[in-house]
Design a protein around this ligand. Sequence first.
Ligand code: ADP
Length: 494
Amino acid sequence: MSQASAQTTAIAKSPSFQTQMLIDGQWVDARSGATIAVLNPADGSQLTTVPAATAVDVDAAVSAARRAFDDGRWSGLPTRERARILNRLADLIDANAEELGWIETLDNGMPLAQAVGGHVPGAAATFRYYASWCDKLDGKTTNLSGNGAEYHAFTLLEPVGVVAIITPWNAPIITAAKLAPALAAGCTCVLKPAEDTPLTALRLGELLIEAGVPDGVVNIVTGYGADAGAALASHHQVDKIAFTGSTATGRSIINSAAGNFKKVSLELGGKSPVVVMDDADLDRAIPGAANAVFANAGQICSAGTRLYVQRKVFDRVVAGIAEIAGNIRLGNGMDAATEMGPVVSQRQLERVTGMIDAGVAEGAEVVVGGGRHGDTGYFVKPTVFVNTRPEMKIVREEIFGPVLVAAPFDDPSEIPLLANDSDYGLAAAIFTTNLSTGHRFAQQVRAGTVWMNTYHFVDVSMPWGGYKQSGWGRENGFDGLAPYLQTKSVVVAI
Ligand code: ADP
């Protein structure tokens, strides 16, 4: 037995979780003693409990982050030391990938291979990428437009301060890695993972300490959105909020942030279009469009959920996707044969099946799937709808489950209208062998990311974010670091 699989077996037999919050370098319970049950979505069993933080706990965490920012214990470190710590953290994440993946699968439900092979190394890569920015955050000298000979002027890039990072349940460790640009910039942080999936963030907290991140620089509070989340978003000692989650909650974060004019970045929902032209390589387009919507059981903000296919190939493409959907093996993410895990919670199961029922009630036709799978755990059958109309709820609203709506079109001139017929603008894709068609689409579609002949390809060096109601700002690349910095102009009389 390999070392990795021996470790895997040990974790499987008796998984151990960090179940307290990290505040000022200490592992603590909520002051009230209240807890939240953390469930395994594959069978509804309770894995453990975590503290249910309220405003008083959030205040303690923010105060710790404030002190840690103001005394310069992090921003004042030599930048190469900051980089060394972040690189060490990345190495620790990689070294513990198997265990982190297990925790993620138990907590979120995603297939283990996806957690161990994709999400965990993705988080490590994010810390490593931003570690390399630490010593490159230079201001610039400025050629003054007036009195240039009398003055020397330059800019400094400074960390924005205390950052609240509020994350969702669909990709817990990847979104917790939003700590990376904040820390690279020199900010201190309070991270609040989603109440449904707090466990990898807490394990990450242990690794942060092991990597040498000083006490108070990263604090992790667990709690409900309406309590801990709202307290964090409205706290006057927080300088910036980085939020990933639903568009509705994003709107409420904007309101909470108004009190002290926090800087806000938002990575919100989507209803992303996938276009298949009749000249496309269908061997690529059919699995590509299926993966666009069914990956992670559809629980991806950029899922390709609106499919538009040129009429000549519409039936073939829909039949191909339906065949893939019907053959996807649903099951416990711990089972190596599983291709699609459950959705995250009972509430999410009800939301998704409720949307499917709404589609049927509005007259759309189910080609495959159409409801819950089994009667234990929170599984939804991969579902494809046709005969939809643009105003239907299933066409307009984000479902966040494995549900696709497909519609034919005739003329390429219809594409921009169809693709842009949404309040969202996170991602879009086109499958075509015609270069001009592909590039024209990239110009015309109002989305933060455009894929041609592929889907879900994301890289930490490539900016990521939404047009329209899909968000404010960008993550990844330098664009993802800039919101954690502010520019100071300095003028010196010679
Ligand atoms: P969902 O409704 O699918 O759970 P949310 O966008 O509400 O998605 O959740 C994303 C994150 O936002 C979670 O960490 C959640 O606890 C948090 N959250 C929810 N409501 C609020 C709120 N009013 N203020 C701040 N954070 C919130």
